[in-house]
Design a protein around this ligand. Structure first.
Ligand code: UD1
Ligand code: UDP
Length: 359
């Protein structure tokens, strides 16, 4: 039996190819949702659009401080694992869900597979960096998306025999859903947008939006991009960011703020944008895969492959550098290579897990 642990928007999306493959092979598995994300637009919509089976368990942990959220997840995961006794547990990425799930499993001597292992921003101010390092060092199977990620693991002393370089499951998810999105949704028409004549934005990193000065600078930078290019700036607002913008009590001029989109809608918006501004990990990867320029509103990234191939630039989080970065990147020609694999990561991961169960 394989236990799949997830709890946030990116985990549902990036686990979807793994879940589909488990279904296709008729494997014995269960889905444990921690409930870290719970609003319908951050959770339910992805199960529906991606046609995923409902989770077998939902811990409903909701928001909290890092310690309280982590503790609730660990306790809930432990209960389920003691009941189900899986041979292997899979976690994805760098969230509190992934870290607490991996730690609870490892203490019960259940083998842990970490999908998207080996990413490093080398910035311990990010809660995600702490989670990544911890998960990698307690995992038994490390599914590294790229050669660079594999090297990071090796340089930290992790045995090469535990690492399998698979590509990133986001490539599978993009390939599997782009055509479906073309058939099922027409979000440009709905929002009255023309291809390549709008910018798309996402921002939710704790270090960006929980700092009032930094959030103000980001919003100012986005407003100046809208003014300079006279193009719509579409900004689906993450709930964390929505809360912080409300607290700031400032008006946001010229930006099209919306609720978060479903994956099919967002993928379509991304694929037709002139450029995407973001601080998201997944969005840096997706733009690279889709051939759309990306400006990342951060000072470092755990996705250096996107900088190397030229799809992405780091523009920081002050208004002047955001505008300058967009000026430089908006005219970039795509045609770079996709460093994240050829869309079979989910299959490879499930193959390794299926073989591991009997060991
Ligand atoms: C979490 C992950 C982050 C990931 C992101 C994906 C950690 C430490 N952070 O950040 O790595 O990039 O998910 O989006 O695990 N909220 C809602 N509805 C929801 C979810 C959250 O209203 O469905 C609000 C709550 O007020 C909550 C806040 O957003 O306090 C932050 O949510 P949380 O899950 O703690 O962190 P994220 O910023 O979503
Ligand atoms: N996404 C979405 N709707 C939106 C914004 C993002 O479906 O309105 C998807 C996006 O395609 C990507 C994922 O959410 O696959 C990224 O999640 P997020 O930015 O929340 O987390 P991160 O990748 O930074 O951990």
């Amino acid at each position: 039996m394989i236990g799949i642990i997830l709890g946030t928007r990116p985990e549902i999306i990036k686990m979807s190819p793994v879940i589909r493959e488990c279904e296709r092979r008729g494997l014995d598995y269960f889905i444990l949702h921690t409930g870290q994300h719970y609003s319908p637009e951050m959770d339910r919509v992805f199960f529906e659009e991606l046609e995923l089976p409902d989770p077998d368990y939902n811990l409903d942990v909701g928001p909290g401080t890092h310690a309280s959220q982590t503790a609730k997840i660990m306790t809930g995961v432990e209960d389920v694992l003691m009941k189900e006794s899986p041979e292997i547990v899979l976690v994805q990425g760098d969230t509190n869900t992934a870290m607490a799930g991996a730690l609870a499993a490892s203490k019960l001597h259940v083998r842990v597979g970490h999908i998207e292992a080996g990413l490093r921003s080398f910035n311990r101010q990010m809660p995600e960096e702490i989670n990544r390092v911890l998960i990698d060092h307690i995992s038994d199977y490390l599914f590294a998306p790229t050669e660079n990620a594999r090297k990071n693991l090796i340089s930290e002393g992790i045995e090469g025999s535990k690492i399998c370089t698979t590509g990133n499951t986001i490539v599978d998810a993009v390939y599997q859903n782009l055509e479906i999105s073309k058939r099922k949704v027409n979000v440009l028409k709905d929002l009255d947008l023309k291809p390549r004549e709008y910018f798309l934005v996402t921002a939710h990193r704790q270090e960006n939006v929980d700092n009032r000065g930094r959030l103000k600078e980001i919003l100012k930078g986005l407003e100046s991009v809208q003014k300079e290019f006279s193009m719509p700036v579409v900004f689906p607002v993450h709930p964390r960011t929505e809360k912080r913008i409300k607290e700031l009590g400032i008006g946001v001029n010229g930006l099209n703020l919306t609720k978060p989109f479903g994956f099919l809608e967002f993928l379509q918006l991304e694929s037709q944008a002139r450029l995407v501004l973001t601080d998201s990990g997944g969005v840096q990867e997706e733009t690279c895969i889709l051939g759309v320029p990306c400006a990342t509103m951060r000072y470092d990234t755990e996705r250096p492959e996107t900088l190397d191939v030229g799809s992405n630039i780091l523009v920081g989080a002050d208004s002047t550098s955001i505008l300058a970065g967009v000026r430089a990147a908006a005219t970039r020609e795509s045609g770079w290579m996709n460093p994240y694999g050829d869309g079979i990561a989910g299959k490879m991961i499930v193959m390794v897990c299926a073989a591991a169960r009997s060991r």
